[in-house]
Design a protein around this ligand. Structure first.
Ligand SMILES: *Cc1c(COP(=O)(O)O)cnc(C)c1O
Length: 243
């Protein structure tokens, strides 16, 4: 069989990323329609941890503009090799001692989960004279193994953020528990949306909860039905991750 460049690409496992992207965008459109939403309100973030630069570039060629990485180092290395202007989001747990490197690498930190980290990000932002954009990560099911603030800690954190003028809190993020049936994740998505509504009404300075980052490969259509504005998709776009 003669297939030239196409087969070369296939060797890197990148040839079907465009097709997968198209399917995901269609499903986003369907889920939006089902819940009476404008699909333009929903952004796709490509969760690219452990995926190759070649695959990320294929996703960018297909139309991806938002990249989510879980580790500062990995994101730094990849960013050096990818020239397109993209928006990079930190979606993994962030240690305070990596705050500086994180804000130099990322456009937005989705995993703000403590007052100490909020203060550290604010200090680093101040030094650079720039606003650090962040979402607060909420641990909806109080899972020991997951980061994020529990619901009771959310308001106190938002109030602290309100006093930090170099921090801009723009949304909420959550990684709810895995359930075999994605319908069973729906109550968690609904809970995050309710927190957004509740705390948007308080008009805390530097806090404007526009975005709801929720929904992954297994459950993103349900998340969209419950108000997600940003789905973070890895496996459905790139295929399985290397162990
Ligand atoms: C890995 C990861 C994702 C994507 O997961 P998939 O199930 O592969 O779509 C989304 N969000 C976070 C925080 C992740 O770590």
């Amino acid at each position: 069989m003669i297939c030239g460049a196409r087969c070369d690409k296939q060797k890197n496992g990148v040839v079907d990323i465009k097709a997968k992207y198209v399917v995901i965008m269609e499903r986003i459109g369907e889920a939006a329609a089902k819940s009476g939403r404008d699909p333009k309100q929903i952004k796709l973030l490509a969760a690219s941890k452990s995926q190759t630069v070649a695959k990320i570039e294929a996703a960018v060629e297909a139309g991806v503009r938002l990249i989510g990485e879980n580790y500062v180092r990995e994101a730094m290395d990849k960013k050096k090799l990818i020239r397109e202007p993209l928006e990079w989001h930190m979606i993994g747990h962030l240690q305070r001692n990596k705050a500086r490197a994180a804000i130099e690498t990322f456009d937005l930190i989705q995993s703000l989960d403590s007052m100490e980290l909020a203060r550290q990000l604010d200090r680093e932002g101040q030094k650079r004279g720039k606003k650090v954009r962040a979402f607060v990560e909420v641990n909806l099911a109080k899972e020991e193994t997951k980061s994020g603030v529990v619901q009771e800690e959310l308001l106190p954190l938002l109030e602290v953020a309100g006093e930090l003028s170099s921090l801009s809190v723009e949304g909420l993020m959550a990684v709810p528990p895995f359930r075999e049936n994605p319908q069973d994740v729906r109550p968690f998505f609904r809970a995050l949306r309710q927190l957004q509504v509740k705390f948007s009404g308080l008009r805390i300075p530097n806090v404007e909860l526009r975005e709801l980052s929720m929904g992954m490969t297994h459950d993103y259509t349900i998340a969209i039905e419950e108000g997600s504005t940003m789905v973070r998709i890895g496996t459905a776009l790139f295929g399985p991750r290397k162990a």
